[in-house]
Design a protein around this ligand. Sequence first.
Ligand code: ZN
Length: 253
Amino acid sequence: MGIPYAMEYIATVAGAALKLVQCEKCQAVYMYRMERQVQSSETSWLFVDGQGAENRAAARARQQLEQTLEHDCDPVPCPECGCYQEPMFAAVRQRHRRWMFYLGVLLLAISCVSPCQLATVSAKSQDPTVARQLLITVLLVSLMGGISLIMVRKLQSMNWDPNSADQDLKSRAAKSRAIPKAHIDKLVQAAKSLAESLIGLTNTEAEAIAYSHGFHYQVVMSDGECYPSTTGFAPNRINVALTDGRVTKAYIG
Ligand SMILES: [Zn+2]
């Protein structure tokens, strides 16, 4: 048994963001809520600075979550014309004919089990020829079938246009997730109220509340010092100014 010499700290954080999209085809504006969970770890070697490692893991997880929420996207079609946007294509293609991938993996698993069965049959049987031939056939068919299914599915997905999918399916996907422009103004109004409610809270409390409601959150100023921040109006982002660690100003944008 080895002597323990380190402790690994794992931090898991989850959050959500309201993603604003302008349709590439019909120019309609819509939003949807995207959720993500990320995990980060830090090691405390020789058990030194365990609290520091825990804090670093949490900070890195929060940073990764923020980047993921900023850059990632879900496949949510436009509620007006039903089109997926180009950045969403990879995610839609990943889900295309997934059954072929799972069936391929199942066949490969069968091909891995077959040699064991083959050895068992050969060892036990007086006349194992037929059983051996049968198992060899199963092994070859499952191996070739598994590889073929996975490869064919990969090639088909790469060349498949997500916007050629059934219009009803896309409309249903849009209805279940997309928030049309008509509702966005109401959301902005609600977001303004939320931003105002953050005033007086600590930075940690305000950040947690903003993320739990699906908003991005960024500190633009602390004790009079400006922080680097993302510019340009976004109705799904709350910007705050801090004084002594508490929110003194909060606004949407
Ligand atoms: Zn559209």
